[in-house]
Design a protein around this ligand. Structure first.
Ligand SMILES: CC(C)(COP(=O)(O)OP(=O)(O)OC[C@H]1O[C@@H](n2cnc3c(N)ncnc32)[C@H](O)[C@@H]1OP(=O)(O)O)[C@@H](O)C(=O)NCCC(=O)NCCS
Length: 195
């Protein structure tokens, strides 16, 4: 009997499960709908997001269906951030605009506000960054943050990102213009952490 053919492209494209001390980052599921809606319907979570807070569950249905379909492709990896014990979704982390030939990608993330202040975002992003640098071999990660979003700026700065510049009035959300602080971290800086 011949050996089964390994479908390497499927293996490469499969969204990896990332395990942390308190969290697991996994693919989205249809039963995440209520928690996914709650995340994006919270005005505190959406204050500096690129679109306004959701007001209808149907918005969550559309986005979740797309997040499940696009959870893993050449230019994007979408993880649900779930508590390790209950496996309930408490947030989302995305590696998007992945340019493999250029060795760079952008990070997106949000946590339900009830879970802020416990280091969960730091744990989740560390797992995604480890995957991006060590498994995908990317050289540079970026984050685009409204400079007023102090929790997000603190988070990436704690992870070693540098603020590289500010792009003025880059976003317009619900009639309000928002600046972008562009943060970057290179693989060699990440690998040298703790030296
Ligand atoms: C950005 C966001 C994810 C940050 O969440 P956060 O809870 O502040 O970040 P962390 O999970 O890393 O927690 C860090 C805080 O927890 C505290 N903490 C408590 N226990 C901790 C632990 N075991 N490990 C690390 N930090 C811990 C830290 O001291 C820190 O507090 P501080 O910010 O007051 O100094 C959150 O504010 C959010 O979802 N915002 C809305 C969405 C958004 O704006 N996303 C970014 C768009 S660019």
């Amino acid at each position: 009997m011949s050996a089964p053919i390994r479908d390497e492209s499927a293996e490469r494209d499969d969204l990896p499960l990332l395990r942390g001390e308190r969290l697991r980052l996994r693919g989205f599921r249809s039963d995440d709908l209520g928690d996914y809606y709650a995340l994006h319907a919270d005005p505190a979570v959406m204050r500096y997001w690129s679109f306004p807070a959701w007001t209808q569950r149907s918005q969550a249905e559309d986005y979740l269906a797309r997040a499940i379909a696009a959870r893993c492709n050449q230019s994007m990896l979408c993880w649900a951030i779930a508590l390790r014990d209950s496996d309930r979704l408490i947030g989302a982390a995305t590696l998007f605009d992945i340019h493999r030939e250029q060795g760079r990608a952008e990070l997106g993330y949000a946590l339900q506000s009830a879970h802020w202040g416990r280091g969960y975002a730091q744990e989740a992003l560390s797992l995604v960054m480890e995957h991006a640098y060590d498994r995908l071999g990317l050289r540079r990660l970026e984050a685009d943050i409204d400079p007023r979003n102090q929790a997000s700026c603190r988070l990436v700065e704690r992870l070693g990102f540098r603020r590289e510049g500010v792009l003025r009035e880059r976003w317009q959300v619900a009639g309000e213009c928002q600046d972008s602080a562009i943060y970057g971290l290179l693989a060699r800086e990440w690998q040298a952490r703790g030296d």
